[in-house]
Design a protein around this ligand. Structure first.
Ligand code: MRU
Length: 341
């Protein structure tokens, strides 16, 4: 396969490497992902993370395995295992459906390579379209709030919600970004703050519980988040804590936007109740671990509830900014939100 490089994925000499998103921003470490087991381990550990990136990494690995001689049965097994690696972000399933189609071709190895390369190139373009459409909705002098990480680290391009913020900043419309640290795994504190710094965008890091008082003080003009899966009625699964932000935004009369590519849409999920929500390890809540080491503050036997995502009902969302255009809340209320359109 040709050499390929995004912010957090690299293909060189027929091998896939991932930028370890658990080590960032303290360390920039590229790790090999040269087997299904290795990539699944990276995905479980969130060394590779973000809805679009998970799907792209799985597709690239399949293509490389094919190019390195794996047979059809082995690739089918690999596809099934990768598909089951994380349950909520539907981009993984949508990307792998395309890879599965390529695998049916007689000359499947070049077909898989071409499809994986196409998926990466497409994702880059989808990000650009989302960023452009979303930036048009950002008002001058905006103070925006974002949650989790939706930037170049999580996609092949400029990002989704963070891409919107980046383009709006280039247009001179962003005066500050409030970055939710995003407990328990701190994607905001570790990754979004770092990306905004690299882009030269003014930001302030806050703990998740500070958003309410900032909104009450009139210091937030709009909330921008990404998505892991959008149901057919517009309900959105995204990083845990997104729903509370949407409730807060509604109460304070602040626009709440979701930015995502069409690969995040799931026409088979009628509404948010049908979206599978990943449950994660207790240790993520009883303490914290990272490149700096591990700290546990809760009792050894503390009982924990740790869903990785929550569902925001469509009624709380002001607009869905997709690569295919902006879907307004009026359109959703009128029942014209057609994810497949
Ligand atoms: O558990 P993560 O870090 O993979 O969760 C990521 C999110 O919730 C993002 O908001 C979403 O995947 C969109 S990334 C463009």
């Amino acid at each position: 396969m040709q050499t390929l490089q995004t912010t957090s994925l690299r293909v060189s000499q027929n091998q896939l490497f991932i930028l370890d998103q658990q080590a960032l921003p303290q360390q920039k470490i590229w790790l090999p992902a040269d087997s299904v087991e290795a990539l699944v381990d990276h995905i479980h550990a969130l060394r590779v993370r973000g809805a679009p990136l998970i799907g792209l990494s799985a597709s690239l690995l399949l293509a490389l395995l094919a190019e390195n001689g794996a047979g059809r049965d082995e690739l089918s097994d690999a596809l099934r295992t990768l598909r089951a690696s994380r349950p909520t972000a539907v981009n993984l399933m949508n990307n792998l459906d395309r890879m599965k189609q390529a695998l049916t071709q007689e000359d499947f190895a070049p077909a898989l390579v071409a499809e994986a390369v196409r998926l990466v190139a497409e994702d880059k373009q989808l990000c650009e379209r989302i960023a452009c459409a979303g930036s048009a909705l950002v008002k001058p002098q905006s103070r925006l709030l974002t949650h989790c990480n939706t930037g170049g680290l999580a996609t092949a391009g400029v990002g989704t919600a963070l891409g919107v913020i980046a383009r709006a900043h280039e247009a001179g419309k962003v005066v500050n970004v409030w970055v939710d640290e995003t407990r328990p795994l701190l994607q905001g504190g570790r990754l979004t703050a770092w990306e905004l710094g690299e882009l030269g965008i003014p930001y302030q890091l806050i703990t998740d519980s500070m958003a309410a008082s900032l909104m009450a003080q009139g210091q937030v003009d709009a909330v921008w988040v990404g998505a892991d899966r959008i149901a057919a009625n517009g309900d959105v699964a995204n990083k845990i804590g997104t729903y509370s932000l949407a409730v807060l935004a509604k109460y304070h009369g602040i626009p709440f936007y979701v930015a995502a590519p069409h690969t995040t849409l799931d026409r088979y999920c009628a509404d948010g109740n049908a979206i599978p929500i990943e449950q994660r390890a207790a240790s993520e809540v009883t303490g914290v671990a990272g490149s700096f080491g591990a700290v546990q503050w809760a009792a050894q036997d503390a009982k924990v509830y740790n869903p990785a995502f929550d569902v925001t009902p469509a009624a709380l969302i002001s607009g869905w900014v997709l690569d295919t255009g902006v879907v307004t809340s009026q359109a959703v209320k009128a029942g014209v939100f057609r994810p497949t359109a």
